[in-house]
Structures are given as C-alpha cells and as structure tokens.
Design a binder for this molecule. Structure first.
Ligand SMILES: Cc1cc2nc3c(=O)[nH]c(=O)nc-3n(C[C@H](O)[C@H](O)[C@H](O)COP(=O)(O)OP(=O)(O)OC[C@H]3O[C@@H](n4cnc5c(N)ncnc54)[C@H](O)[C@@H]3O)c2cc1C
Length: 494
C-alpha cells in the first residue's frame, strides 16, 4: 500500500508501549517516516504532589519505550521525543517543527482529554495537518455495543453477554508494529535527547513502598507471567486481601504498558479450555470496558449521580463530617479492616478490590459522606486511578450508579472483616499496633476483654481509636437518608 503521508507523528498518552499499538500501527502503515512523542502535560502535572508515584511510573515507562522504539527502528538516532509543557501547545508546535502531514493517537474519552484533543485537532487543522485517532484502550468502546433498540447498556450482565457474543479473533488481534518498523524515523538533532528525568520536570522519587511494582512493558509482562501461574484460582482467591489473588496489573492497564487485547485474548483462550478463574477475570476486564462506555455515553457522571434521584440525598457536612472524613483518609476510624485498607492505599498506592468496596461503603453508608469526596481522595492516591473505573466503583458503592448495589445493602465492616480476612493477617500486616490481638478482638477491638487488650498492648483511644460511629446506628441513619430515592428511582434500562 503506498504511504499517504511523507511523515507522521505518533502521540503517546495512555498507551506507553511499542507492541500491539493501534495508532503506531496505523501511522507506520500510512507514513514513510514516523516520529514518536510524549508530552508531560503541565495541565495534568500542576496539581500533583512533587513525589507523585504515577509520574515516576510514567517516566520509567517512557525510558523503556524510548529504548524499545530505537531497537525496533534499528537506528541509534530513533526514539521518543519527550516534551514538558501544555500538550495543546506542545503537540501542534512539534508537528510544525517536524513538518508532519498527520498526527496519530489513541482515544482518550475522559471529558478533559476530549477537550484537549479538540484544541489540538483545531490547531493542527489550521496548518492543514490531519489528526487521526483510534480505539486502543478497550476491546469495545463508544457505540460498538448497543442494545437491540440502539441505546447504550446500563446493566452489566446483558452488556457482558453482548460483549462475549461479539468478541472474536479480529477484536482480540494484535496491531503489528515490528513488521512495519522500518518507517520509524531518526530524530532530528534538536530532538535527540534522553527522556526527561523526574528532576527535569520538577518531580522527585516517591517512597520505596510506592515503587515496588515492576514498571514498563517488561514489568507488566513479568506480572502477567506470575498471574497466569495462578489465574485458575482467581475466582476463589480474589476476595481475600491477605492472599495473592488478583493480577496487580491495573496501573499497567491504566498507562497502557500492556495491551488489553493481549490480556483479553489470553483469558478468552483459557476460558475455552474451561478455566473458571480465567472466566471471572475476563469478566473484570469486561467491567472495565463497561465503565468506559458509561463515561462516554454519560459524561455527566463525573459530577452527578448516574441515577439523578440520588443527587437529592443530603450528605453529612460541616466540622463533624470533616473530622470523620479526615479519620477515614488517615485510616483512624476504629474499624480495623477499613483502617488497614486505607493504610495499604496511603503506603502503596494500591488497594485490593474487596477493600475498595468496603471502605467506599463505609464512607458513604456509615459516615454519610458524599461519594464524590471519597472518589477524589482515591483519585489523588491510586496508582491505577482511572476516571471511568473509579467513578463506576464509587457510584456502585453509593448505589447511585448504573447497576449498583441496592441502597439498603449496607456492608457491616466487622462481618466483612471476619469473612474476607478471617485470620486477620491483612489487618496485622498494615496495623502492627493490633498485631497482638486475634479472633474477634482483632476485627472489633472494642469488643475485646480488657485483659485481651492489655496483653496485646492495645489502649483504645490512645494507640488505636475507638470506633468513630456505631455501625447499627449509622445504618439506620443511612436508610433514612436514602429514603428520598425510594419512590423516585426509575427502573434500570437494559
Ligand atoms: C470504589 C472503587 C474504586 C475503584 N477505582 C478504580 C480505579 O481508579 N482504577 C481501576 O483500574 N480500577 C478501579 N476499581 C476497580 C478494581 O478495584 C481495580 O481495578 C482492581 O482492584 C485492580 O487490581 P488488579 O489489577 O489486581 O485487578 P484484577 O482483579 O487482576 O483485575 C484485572 C483488571 O480488570 C479491571 N477491573 C477489575 N475490577 C474492575 C472493576 N470493578 N471495574 C473496572 N475495572 C475493573 C482492572 O483494569 C484490573 O486491572 C475501583 C473499584 C472500586 C470499588
């Protein structure tokens, strides 16, 4: 096929890998010469703490990507051009300096990213350069799966069934890069610089605990290989935070250091060989697609409840709520499983899925605090923070989302603890001050006998808090608070 453009530019964003990459594949096939770039976007970086672990994760991924592009090109001057500035200015300026005919990039459907891309598209059009965008981050996106009446799905199970009916080798196939890699261009003199360091962009290394996850595409493949050795047990192990059950691949999916097609293809093949673990795991990848299409079709969920009646709920506010919120963030609620989970988040940037549900439910239904406050805290702390999945998870927990748990289902933090951390191993790992307790005393230290607490060196109100709310009373308050949605809730559409 003759090339359409003399030269093109691939703009990497949440797809930091050099294999199975839609935009890179299309650029290499349509251009004689292909440049590759990434912009550390000041609009995104400005509000972040200087030791944000995600910035370090991205920087490490870029170093690996830069090397991989050079290897693929087989040319010492090839590689990634990395800029620091406002993406909406830097990208068109770079396209101009390189004099490319088109920019190629993968979809990012978060509302702010769409605005940014619209600005870039307009700026490029002024200088008669094309802007081509592709699906890459999900298996299905946007309007690819609709109900028979042509509307978006808002219930997971029929969405999943439609997903499984439609998926085939075409949708799961890899976008080849190596085969066309001879089109990768050497960088011009002025762009031949090593990847910007954290210091270059005003950032510093995060704490060692936040850097334990292997980075880059090589790190993702290492995690995948490890997970595949235990994927058959995923369905039975995934709910127990003290057990190595899940894949820990979420930051890699977030930043695209691994292709979702590779993961879905692998899981799909194992499902056909009868692996129940792989079937459950594939469902989780489908949840991910589901929430992306919800965000695409209903961008109002960023600010509002998916079910609008839930915006009438009067959340707790004022000094009492602020104090409770502070205790929740710091892991000082007096409920050990909640506090251990928040310690995991604060120390590592990760939180086990079961615990995300438990702490979200606790914030919304025990403390009566608006889910949006918890969502924002997760957005600051999670290494895998992804607007679509985070919003979906929080709206699920607060019952305001599509296909959420019913409002009257209120997790009991002590029962959850006994069920999912039965020996208290997870609690003991993150709350060493309680390590001397066991059994029920560990799940609910206020129920321990004075003797038990004394033997374990636990002094409630001193080295570990008393519960900040009584769960039973909180439950009653929540049922009253949610009464406003009882009559106004429309039936969920399929
Ligand atoms: C309140 C709340 C907030 C959440 N915030 C995020 C977030 O910001 N980013 C994020 O990626 N996930 C989020 N999740 C979903 C889920 O908790 C994480 O994806 C999962 O814990 C990541 O760990 P893992 O990679 O080991 O997961 P695994 O169990 O190995 O799952 C594999 C992949 O499937 C996807 N996935 C799994 N569960 C879900 C789910 N419920 N919804 C959407 N995708 C899912 C993820 O990409 C994950 O990496 C949230 C869930 C809740 C309840």
């Amino acid at each position: 096929m003759p090339a359409t453009y003399r030269s093109g530019l691939v703009w990497f964003r949440r797809d930091l890998r050099a294999t199975d990459h839609a935009a890179l594949h299309h650029a290499l096939r349509q251009c004689q010469q292909v440049h590759c770039a990434f912009v550390f976007d000041q609009d995104i970086l400005a509000p972040l703490p200087r030791d944000d672990a995600r910035v370090a994760f991205i920087q490490a991924a870029l170093v690996e990507l830069d090397g991989a592009l050079r290897t693929l090109a087989g040319h010492p001057d090839a590689g990634l051009i990395v800029r620091h500035g406002h993406a909406h200015d830097e990208l068109p300026a770079l396209a101009h300096s390189l004099d490319v005919g088109a920019v190629f990039t993968n979809h990012d459907d978060e509302p702010e990213a769409l605005e940014r891309d619209a600005r870039v598209r307009t700026a490029l059009a002024v200088s008669r350069r094309a802007f081509h965008t592709y699906k890459d981050h999900t298996v299905f996106e946007r309007d690819e799966l609709l109900t028979q009446s042509g509307t978006p799905y808002s219930v997971f199970t029929p969405y999943k069934n439609a997903w499984l009916r439609k998926v085939d080798a075409f949708y799961l196939g890899a976008y080849s890069v190596r085969r066309h890699a001879q089109a990768l261009a050497p960088r011009p003199d002025w762009a031949r610089r090593p990847v910007l360091s954290l210091q270059d962009i005003g950032f510093a290394s995060p704490s060692p605990m936040q850097q334990r996850l292997p980075t880059g595409s090589s790190g993702a493949q290492k995690l995948l290989a490890d997970f595949l050795s235990r994927i058959d047990r995923y369905d039975s192990a995934r709910d127990f935070p003290a057990v190595k059950g899940p894949s820990y691949l979420s930051p890699h999916l977030r930043f695209g250091t691994i292709s979702v097609r590779q993961l879905a293809r692998t899981a799909h093949a194992l499902v056909s060989q009868g692996s129940p673990g792989a079937a459950t795991w594939l469902s989780e990848l489908i949840w991910r697609d589901f929430y992306f299409q919800i965000l695409h079709h209903h961008p109002r969920v960023v600010q509002h409840s998916f079910k609008s009646a839930y915006d009438a709920i009067a959340w707790t506010s004022g000094p009492q709520a602020d104090a409770w919120f502070g205790a929740w963030c710091a892991g000082r609620t007096g409920y050990p499983l909640v506090d251990a989970a928040m310690a995991q988040l604060n120390q590592t940037g990760y939180m086990h899925n079961r615990l995300r549900m438990v702490v979200a439910s606790f914030l919304v239904k025990d403390l009566g605090i608006d889910w949006r406050r918890g969502e924002r805290y997760f957005a600051q702390k999670l290494l895998d923070y992804d607007l679509a999945a985070n919003n979906g998870g929080w709206q699920w927990a607060s019952s305001s989302g599509c296909d959420a748990q019913p409002y009257f289902r209120i997790f009991n933090p002590v029962s959850q603890s006994r069920k999912f951390d039965p020996q208290g191993r997870f609690i003991q790992r993150y709350l060493p001050e309680l390590a001397g307790l066991s059994g029920m005393a560990l799940h609910a230290p206020w129920l321990a006998t004075p003797l038990e607490r004394q033997a374990a060196g636990v002094v409630l109100g001193q080295n570990y808090p008393l519960p900040i709310v009584d769960h039973e009373q909180a439950r009653q308050r929540t049922l009253e608070r949610y009464a406003v949605v009882k009559t106004s809730e429309p039936p969920a559409s399929m």
